[in-house]
Write a protein that binds this ligand. Structure first.
Ligand SMILES: Nc1ncnc2c1ncn2[C@@H]1O[C@H](COP(=O)(O)OP(=O)(O)OP(=O)(O)O)[C@@H](O)[C@H]1O
Ligand SMILES: [Mg+2]
Length: 275
């Protein structure tokens, strides 16, 4: 059976029922009998089907949840993202305008089949598919990038007035391009600005709760990062001060602004160092 007909068969099969309960039952029965598709249990509002190729199908029980997540994705992908970095620690404070592409830091949306309450996502490597040691080494080697990438993802959501609401390690993965990305928007909601710090706290807690996952030095950076209004700001400060101290002569304000932009660009183009 080809993958395509397998998917069509799956959709026909799981939707040939009247009740929500039967739909989920059929979905799980179907998956059990097709070993090319793996079913990952979900917290209740959806089923996640992971195919061996590059796609992931999330089947929602309720039409309005699928619709809400599709609206969130539409909001996120509209327009470009700008961030204004305030680099502190030296006088005068430098402000560096910078723009980035949110699609590089959240899981890529591929399609919405509204008739079937299905959202199709790009397949990524979730961090929860790694064992403790693999994850520890990965984070050790890519700590700045981790804070940077997830900082941009959260900044993107927050600048669209969206609270992710479940920004924990379990909902972070690695994209095929080699970035850390945020996924699982089941709990995401439009919110007033003052609640946004919650996302940073949730993530920091999910990391700290795993005993010995990060070193003391990583923890220090994490703390600075979560206290910043934008995660990327604190990360940038540490990278920046590192670069600045390696230069003999203190560069002019103009030069420093140029260096800032270069570092930001570099950080954005950085790929995860494998384990
Ligand atoms: N795009 C994806 N690519 C690969 N794996 C994915 C993808 N989306 C989800 N997964 C896997 O499926 C799991 C469940 O998906 P998700 O986080 O969206 O649902 P959930 O409601 O949080 O479910 P759970 O409570 O089981 O974590 C994830 O933890 C991850 O391992
Ligand atoms: Mg999840």
């Amino acid at each position: 059976m080809t993958r395509k007909s397998s998917l069509n068969e799956m959709i026909d099969y799981i939707t040939s029922v009247d009740s929500e309960r039967d739909l989920l039952y059929n979905a799980s029965e179907f998956i059990k009998s097709h070993n090319e598709i793996k079913l990952t249990s979900s917290s209740g509002s959806s089923y996640v089907f992971i195919t061996e190729k590059e796609k992931v199908y999330q089947v929602f029980i309720k039409y309005f949840i699928a619709q809400r997540i599709f609206n969130i994705v539409k909001t996120l992908y509209s327009e470009s993202y700008n961030i204004n970095f305030l680099v502190t620690g030296g006088y005068p404070i430098i402000s560096v305008p910078f723009s980035f592409n949110i699609g590089n830091y959240i899981v890529k949306f591929q399609n919405y089949i509204s008739r079937l309450n299905i959202i199709i996502w790009e397949k990524i490597t979730p961090l929860n598919s790694m064992n403790f040691t693999e994850l520890k080494v990965l984070l050790e080697r890519n700590w700045i990038k981790f804070l940077w990438d997830i900082g941009l993802a959260l900044h993107g959501l927050h600048s669209r007035m969206l609270l992710h609401n479940d920004s924990v390690l379990d909902n972070i993965g690695i994209s095929p391009e080699g970035n850390f990305i945020l996924f699982d928007f089941d709990g995401t909601r439009f919110m007033p600005q003052r609640t946004f710090q919650k996302d940073f706290v949730l993530l920091a807690d999910s990391i700290e709760n795993k005993e010995n996952l990060i070193s003391e030095q990583q923890r220090k950076l994490l703390t600075t990062w979560t206290l910043g209004s934008s995660g990327a700001k604190a990360v940038f400060n540490s990278e920046f001060s590192y670069r600045m101290t390696t230069r003999n002569k203190r560069p002019s304000l103009k030069e420093r602004t140029i260096i800032c932009k270069q570092i930001l660009q570099e950080l954005c183009n950085n790929k995860i160092i494998g384990i």
